[in-house]
Design a protein around this ligand. Structure first.
Ligand code: SF4
Ligand code: SF4
Length: 111
């Protein structure tokens, strides 16, 4: 699956993520610490997610995971998460999440 770096899954999924307050200096977490992982509910932005301008200068921002390179990310639910669809095709969920957000926004405008 080719990730478009939209950040949709890091915002819209219920998922356990690494607790930012429990990351040790070497980038790891204590696997025996029950507070090393926290629940990130659907609709809430992950504390590790940020956006930055793409290298092409178009002004389009891409999602970045601030812990992707750290040892604590290894073995996490995010690292093990596999999207549906062919390996060499773009992520199908990106479009779905975008439409979901559009619908939520139009509902807010209506009421
Ligand atoms: S929804 Fe798909 S394209 Fe968007 S960040 Fe997640 S994996 Fe990548
Ligand atoms: S930890 Fe990284 S990959 Fe997982 S939800 Fe947060 S930003 Fe996304």
């Amino acid at each position: 699956m080719i990730c478009l770096r939209c950040g949709g899954c890091c915002h819209n999924l219920d998922i356990f993520v690494v607790n930012p307050d429990r990351i040790r200096e070497d980038g790891s977490i204590d696997p025996h610490d029950p507070d090393s992982m926290i629940m990130k509910p659907s609709g809430k932005k992950c504390p590790h997610l940020f956006f930055q301008a793409g290298p092409d200068g178009s002004g389009v921002e891409t999602a970045v995971c601030s812990i992707h390179h750290l040892p604590c990310y290894q073995g996490s639910p995010c690292q093990q998460f596999e999207q549906m669809g062919p390996e060499d095709d773009v992520c199908m969920m990106s479009d779905y999440f975008r439409k979901l957000d559009d619908r939520k926004r139009s509902r807010l405008t209506l009421f």
